[in-house]
Design a protein around this ligand. Structure first.
Ligand code: S3P
Length: 173
């Protein structure tokens, strides 16, 4: 079984994925890091050098490449991965994959992201916290439909990483 973590930027997909993989004794793959390795450049450089359309195609292609083998693993997607090019439909059709949405409120996400925005090309320019909050609100509204189609939806507000991991593990066994 592959567990595919889904959620907005700042929702903790990488940190939860790492901890979950450790508990389950499985491999963890961060899709952004995998893209960076394959492309030999950072996500920000990739956006600048090749553009967002190239990035969206490449992230979808590499995700489904990772899903091809049957080995168990935890995969953290990027915030936009399920929202373009029919990726969510394909994920839901894929056998041996469970999609898990790490759901947070706009305020929790925008507070977290304010301090982590510089390496994220979509929000790096938003220096005003209120502007960032409004961006996240609109963006999450657009993306929430796809995220919410995940097989499992975990309400993460108020939970620390360990509690999110325990919630997921509790549903697995
Ligand atoms: C993006 C999220 C990022 C990264 C890229 C685009 C998005 O991943 O894939 O900057 O469209 O939301 P994280 O969710 O890991 O920050």
């Amino acid at each position: 079984m592959k567990l595919v973590l889904i959620g907005y930027m700042g929702s903790g997909k990488s940190v939860v994925g790492t901890a979950l993989a450790e508990v389950l004794g499985q491999a963890f793959i961060d899709l952004d890091a995998y893209i960076e390795k394959k492309e030999g450049q950072s996500i920000s450089q990739l956006f600048d050098n090749k553009g967002v359309i190239y990035f969206r195609k490449r992230e979808a292609q590499l995700l489904f490449e990772l899903l091809e083998d049957g080995a168990p693993a935890i995969i953290a997607t990027g915030g936009g991965t399920p929202c373009y090019g029919g990726v969510m439909d394909r994920l839901l059709e894929q056998e041996g994959v469970t999609t898990i949405y790490l759901k947070h409120s706009v305020d929790v996400l925008s507070d977290r992201l304010y301090h982590e925005r510089t390496h994220r090309p979509l929000i790096a320019h938003l220096d005003d916290p209120q502007e960032l909050n409004e961006f996240v609100r609109k963006h999450l509204f657009e993306r929430g439909f796809d995220y919410g189609r995940s097989q499992w939806v975990i309400d993460c507000d108020g939970l620390d990483v360990g509690e999110v991991v325990r919630t997921i593990v509790g549903r697995l066994f």
